[in-house]
Design a protein around this ligand. Sequence first.
Ligand code: NAD
Length: 452
Amino acid sequence: MAERGVVPYEHAMDLAMIGTGYVGLVAAACFADSGNEVICVDVDQQKIADLKLGKLPIYEPGLEDLVARNTRAGRLSFTTSVEAAVQASEVIFFAVGTPQDDDGGADLAHIISEARTFGKEMNGPKIIVNKSTVPVGTAVLVEREIRALTSHPVEVISNPEFLKEGAAIEDFLRPDRVVVGVASESAGRVMTELYSPFMRTNNRMLVMDVPSAEMTKYAGNAMLAARISLMNEISQLCDHYGADVDQVRRGVGSDARIGSSFLFPGIGYGGSCLAKDVQALIHMGHTKQVDMGLSEAVEQVNHRQKRVLAEKVVEHFGEDLGKHVFAVWGLAFKPRTDDTREAPALSLVQELVRRGAGVRAFDPVANESFKARFGEHPRVTYCENNYQALEGADGLIVCTEWNDFRRPNFQRMKTLLKSPTIFDGRNIFSREEMSKLEMTYFSIGRPPIRSR
Ligand code: NAD
């Protein structure tokens, strides 16, 4: 690896975090908590104004305390000025969103425009770190943009993020691995030093070349998406052959070569990453004329799976749902987050209202975020708790497996529901219990229970 004059630091570093969403805010707070000074930048003025007042724009367990503590200590600050942040920092992280453009590829407009600002504001040697998920080749592109505007030494490296919303702080502080793609040994040393507080028990730094690091993020998400889609496809077969996908899952997951994580069937993956990243991977393949049949199938299965629960509702209640009202528990794409991007509940609620049904929706933290994404609808009512959602409903539909939903008061539920019918998109209830309670119960890949 070539040395390019970027000196390793043996002290707390001055960092900038461009983009203060789920990834940027968590990473900034965790880096600040280990002694670094971190300036957070966002284009969203309201977000920065709120953060300055200690108000978090997102829900992530533990984040509010971490941000408050480090802001009080003067290690975490917030601004809308990229210029000031770049000038004050040695290492600058990109954690801006990378949405899809029209043809499925990642839209790099934000990143390229920021790169030009960096180029103009460079006042010394800097390392620019891509933490956003970006197509292979982006670091080279960004470095070219910056170098065209400055003579100061700069290296653009890749440090894809693997945190999971809902457990983001734990993932960041105790990562399975930290992947860093660099072109020089000195940049590798800087990143190793920066992450060393999180590696005390075991060094899990994987320093590699830049394209491999960029590819690792997409390959990881495609692998996870593939496991989910394969289990979802198998759950559909189970539905038709009378098998119980939960038992199949245990049987399959106990094979040490396969392992038990990410084998839960459900109503399709959502969130800001899996769908977008699989599509970006497909797009990367097409750009180079590589057949991406498997990744395409993973996406198709996911689209189909998002319709499964509505199909079960229609099978039971009929095509026209105009006279029916449904309680929907869980609007976030998964538990412990308020993130509703690509949430399966969006397609489900859309289909219910398209068929004329009323919806009484509840999520422990995502009501507002869902309303903002789905929009106001005269037949969708947002409820204050899960029992209120059941009042007068013809059935309950579970979309997110929040712990709060796992042990409800079933007798109370039966008195609130017009008919004791549950469509469980996450298999959170036991079939035996549903049968004892004389519920009519539909789940994913498990035989239904029909009460008398
Ligand atoms: P997000 O949408 O929550 O946050 C992005 C932030 O960037 C927003 O606050 C937005 O206002 C800001 N922003 C956009 N353009 C900007 C600009 N030019 N300058 C400054 N700020 C700007 O996104 P996120 O979920 O934090 O994801 C960020 C990146 O990390 C994406 O590439 C994503 O794929 C990746 N990622 C996300 C997760 C996750 O679980 N959310 C996990 C791993 C990786």
